[in-house]
Design a protein around this ligand. Structure first.
Ligand code: HEM
Length: 526
């Protein structure tokens, strides 16, 4: 028997054996490294096309910060329907066609329904409890179920009177006080959602609870704005002591979290108490869910309901405000479309009554105008980002797990091959076909298991505002001191939602009778 070698590290193990083991380990390690590199290389080679990536930082310096959908759209002409970016190791897949979006986000929705992790908004400010930011899983499904229970196509009819009344109050409000337009629209849209979600009646433009809710949503929008928060790129920054220079975002997040939690709890508790004692407007989302639970709502259900309700407010507020402002902008730029739309309402509804949501099926041109607003200036030009939960392959290209999936809704709705003269507002492009209009809403309201659960409800709100304004008023530009008309430019800041800014106009009643009908209806309902 051979004696152990004195330099062997393992007493009792022969040198030749340990040498062989070491050699084997080295070879195995090298083989593993080679395999990893080869696999990474082959994956890299099979990645979708995209702009040149620098070592280490990838495309970090090219990721657009201003109106990113426009740059992504320009790149779509170069790299095609699906391309790849790498921002400091974060894989980003941009989808530019409805066909690819359908295939990945709809048909493969079991792995494409996550949301990206946001450090500022989620970890620090606490917004990750809301459905909007939930990863795909049980809590998401639970919150979506609670919403669809109340806002499904079969139940939304019960809210038509609220939507019509708010639309009429909004029009009257703008006739009497056209400035600030955005503020008026915000208050009235918030009033619809507060009533439907919590049964809460907004008390004028300075209602404290509504103001707080709007502030929560404004913070959400700021938090979502791409490229605003360094901590989303370098998450370790969240561990900075809050007294360090450069860490003011920590105090911001703390203040946001406090407002978020107090507002969501106050609104939910208000709804619960006042629905029970009969002083809240019924039905409302919170009361309906609690009534269905028949006194057996668990704490967990109530918690989910509280966050789902707040997400309804979030989902419905900014998207609706942007859509209405875009509609007004379109009417100011395209007065002929406005006249044609009014002619349809006059012919179908007449001037003897105010239009209702139930008139929708008889007004194809109005439906086309609304579809064209969703297309022309989509409220979510990049939709909402999804996250890919597993590695995938599409059309022979590799899509890595953890990728951020950006549906470039703007490009899908502005691709000149699909929509010729995409920047022109032209409701005639649908030829009155609901199938063509649906191609727009299928994209503008999101995809797969994350598609907007407020779609049918939003259709009612938008339709009732559009049809009420057009039936009763001419939307005309304001004039300057010399009597010259000022048509607002089509401008919008870079935010997650595309919301036109500085839109000014006058709602001029088409007749005294129309204005009286509005006054009469707002004093007689709700
Ligand atoms: C013109 C109006 C609206 C537009 C254009 C719109 C559009 C969208 C889009 C693009 C998404 C993201 C979908 C995706 O991830 O693929 C979304 C999500 C959502 N929307 Fe809407 N929406 C509108 C109105 C509403 C209304 C009125 C409500 C509530 C009553 C609502 C509630 C939500 C909620 C809760 C989500 C999050 C869904 C999730 O993360 O699973 N939306 N919406």
């Amino acid at each position: 028997m051979q004696a152990p070698h004195p330099t062997s590290g393992q007493p009792g193990v022969p040198f030749s054996t340990s040498y062989a083991a070491l050699a084997l380990a080295v070879v195995t390690l090298l083989a593993a490294l080679l395999a990893h590199e080869l696999s990474a290389y082959s994956k890299r080679r099979a990645m979708p096309p995209g702009p040149f990536r620098w070592p280490l930082i990838g495309n970090a310096l090219q990721v657009p910060q201003v109106h990113p959908w426009l740059t992504y759209s320009r790149w779509a002409h170069v790299y095609g329907d699906i391309y790849y970016l790498d921002a400091l190791g974060q894989h980003i897949i941009v989808i530019n066609s409805a066909k690819v979006a359908r295939e990945l986000l709809d048909r493969r929705s079991s792995i494409y329904s996550g949301r990206p992790h946001l450090t500022m908004l989620g970890d620090l400010a606490g917004y990750d409890r809301m459905l909007l930011l939930q990863p795909y899983g049980d809590e998401l499904r639970q919150q979506r179920r609670l919403i669809s229970q109340t806002l499904s196509i079969s139940t939304i009819g019960q809210y038509y009177d609220i939507q019509e009344a708010a639309a009429r109050r909004l029009v009257l409000g703008v006739i009497d006080n056209p400035s600030p337009l955005e503020g008026q629209i915000k208050t009235h849209i918030a009033s619809i959602i507060m009533l439907v979600t919590y049964g809460y009646t907004v008390k004028g433009t300075e209602d404290v609870l509504t103001e707080r809710a709007i502030k929560v949503m404004e913070n959400l929008s700021l938090g979502e704005t791409p490229g605003t928060w360094l901590v989303d790129i370098i998450p370790q920054l969240k561990y900075l002591p809050s007294c360090m220079p450069g860490s003011t975002f920590l105090n911001t997040a703390k203040a946001w979290r406090k407002l978020l939690y107090t507002t969501s709890r106050t609104l939910y508790q208000w709804s619960k108490e006042h629905s029970e004692n009969g002083t809240a407007h019924l039905p409302n989302l919170c009361a309906s869910v609690l009534a269905n639970a028949d006194g057996k709502a668990t704490l967990q259900l109530e918690e989910s309901l509280m966050w789902a309700a707040l997400t309804v407010l979030a989902g419905g507020l900014e998207s609706n405000i942007s859509t209405i402002l875009s509609f007004i902008l379109a009417m100011l730029h395209y007065p002929d479309v406005q006249k044609k739309a009014q002619a349809e309402i006059d012919a179908v509804v007449g001037s003897g009554r105010l239009p209702q949501i139930s008139d929708r099926s008889s007004l194809p041109y109005i439906r086309s105008v609304i579809a064209e607003v969703y297309r022309w200036l989509p409220a979510g030009p990049l939709g909402a980002p999804h996250a890919l939960d597993e590695d995938d392959v599409y059309d022979s290209v590799f899509l890595p797990r953890g990728s951020l999936i950006i549906p470039n809704v703007w490009h899908m709705l502005h691709d000149p091959d699909v929509y010729p003269e995409p920047d022109v507002f032209k409701p005639e492009r649908y030829g009155g076909s609901d199938i063509e209009m649906k191609k727009v809403t299928d994209v503008a309201f999101g995809f797969g298991r994350r598609a907007c659960p407020g779609f049918h409800f939003a259709q009612g709100t938008i339709f009732s505002i559009v049809v009420t304004v057009l039936a009763t008023c001419d939307i005309v530009p304001v004039v300057d001191d010399h009597g010259r008309e000022i048509i607002p430019d089509i401008r919008y800041p870079t935010k997650a939602a595309l919301c036109p800014e500085d839109v000014k106009c006058v709602f001029r009643p088409r007749s005294e009778k129309a204005k009286s009908a509005l006054i009469h209806s707002t004093t007689s309902i709700l």
